[in-house]
Design a protein around this ligand. Structure first.
Ligand code: CLR
Length: 381
């Protein structure tokens, strides 16, 4: 039945919401949605999904050679997908609409050292509000690893589903002995949000994404849902191919990105994400700076959690009015908001150079360069 999962009393506003999505494309984040679908978590928290298996991230540093490094990067990447794309279903029963971050919103976190994997730190900043763009930097200094990226979304509606094209990319940099660096350009998959009709949205990944190493190794990951390759949802097939001109050495991996996958030839387990992941450690909201996400949204989030949507929407309006006033003041003074941790540049030379290998579209993208001026998260840990 349509709207099966929608609470009585919100069915018509859900239908209204779906209809407005259907006749609308662009920025979904600013649309008003019925209370049952609201999440108390801001999008600035999402980059933490990249490091919820800190051991797998750290293990990239232990690679024996370029091919082995490419395999380890692929393994880490695939293992993040379950958290990125199914964790709201697990924690809140369905995909939900996250809080739309304000310009300048910050999110800091850390995964403390354990089993000599090294400490990793996370710095996130909302670098644009219109359209929403989130920039992030994750580093494991002890292992010489860093991930820098930004993301935005373009949404359209098709065949009853929301289609989300992810804009932006991530660059993983690995420090090698002798001051050499290897880089990996990570492109982001396209999402389809299904289950809208019933009021229980969930994500399926579609089409391809790529991980291109500066060593030449390329992973092409093909995503399929129910009724394709294996008939199961959340299925992928990844092909790792050697640098151009080098023969042999192609390997493939396939399975479910939310459970287990295998090396196609040997049948050996490649990824297994059935064990618990490790959420990022964040300072208590009371101890945070006023621009930090959990403090900034504290009252709104509490309203949503307690089912007190009047308070939630009143507190949300306060934040939005404050933002509007800031933008007006800036316009009057002829100033603009200054980013804290990132500098925007129109072209990312690494994206341009590595994207050429697999004919990345678009051929150029901008970049938010981390300024290495985050708080001292390592010693806090
Ligand atoms: C953000 C970047 C992360 C991966 C990720 C996962 C879920 C996506 C989110 C990104 C962007 C915003 C998103 C969300 C799922 C739903 C939400 C597309 C890509 C939209 C704005 C809300 C739709 C509302 C329905 C649930 C009704 O690495």
């Amino acid at each position: 039945e349509p709207g099966d999962a929608v609470p009585a009393g919100q069915k018509s506003s859900w239908t209204q919401f779906i209809k407005s999505i259907a006749s609308f494309s662009g920025d979904l984040s600013s649309m008003t949605a019925p209370p049952f679908i609201l999440s108390p978590v801001s999008l600035t928290e999402f980059p933490a999904y990249w490091n919820e298996r800190p051991e797998l991230f750290a293990a990239i540093a232990q690679a024996r050679n370029e091919e082995d490094r490419a395999v380890r990067v692929l393994k880490w990447f695939i293992s993040t997908l379950k958290g990125q794309y199914t964790s709201r279903n697990e924690s809140m029963g369905s995909e939900k609409k996250p809080l739309n971050p304000v310009l300048g919103e910050l999110f800091y976190g850390v995964w403390p050292d354990k089993n000599s994997r090294g400490t990793s730190t996370l710095v996130v900043e909302q670098v644009s509000h219109h359209p929403p763009i989130t920039a992030y930097h994750i580093a494991n200094k002890a292992k010489g690893l860093s991930l820098q990226g930004h993301n935005a979304q373009k949404t359209t509606f098709s065949g009853g589903s929301i289609i989300v094209k992810q804009l932006g990319h991530a660059i993983l940099t690995v420090d090698l002995p002798g001051g050499v660096k290897e880089e990996f350009l990570i492109s982001l998959p396209k999402l389809r949000i299904d289950g809208l009709w019933y009021g229980s949205p969930y994500i399926e990944l579609t089409e391809n994404s790529y991980i291109q190493s500066s060593s030449g190794w390329l992973s092409t990951i093909e995503y399929k849902g129910r009724g394709y390759f294996s008939g199961k949802s959340h299925t992928f097939k990844a092909t790792l191919t050697p640098p151009p001109g080098k023969h042999g050495g192609t390997s493939t991996f396939e399975g479910q990105w939310d459970t287990v996958s295998k090396n196609t030839r040997s049948g050996a387990v490649f990824t297994d994400v059935t064990s618990p992941k490790e959420e990022v450690t964040v300072r208590r909201a009371e101890d945070q700076d006023e621009w930090e996400s959990r403090r900034l949204w504290g009252a709104v989030a509490k309203g949503i959690r307690d089912g007190d949507f009047e308070t939630a929407s009143r507190e949300k309006s306060k934040i939005e009015n404050d933002q509007r006033q800031r933008r007006r003041d800036e316009a009057a003074e002829g100033t603009t908001w200054k980013l804290k941790h990132f500098v925007h540049e129109d072209n990312d030379p690494i994206y341009e150079r590595l994207g050429r290998f697999y004919k990345a579209v678009p051929p150029q993208e901008d970049v938010y360069v981390f300024q290495h001026n985050g708080p001292d998260l390592e010693t806090d840990a």
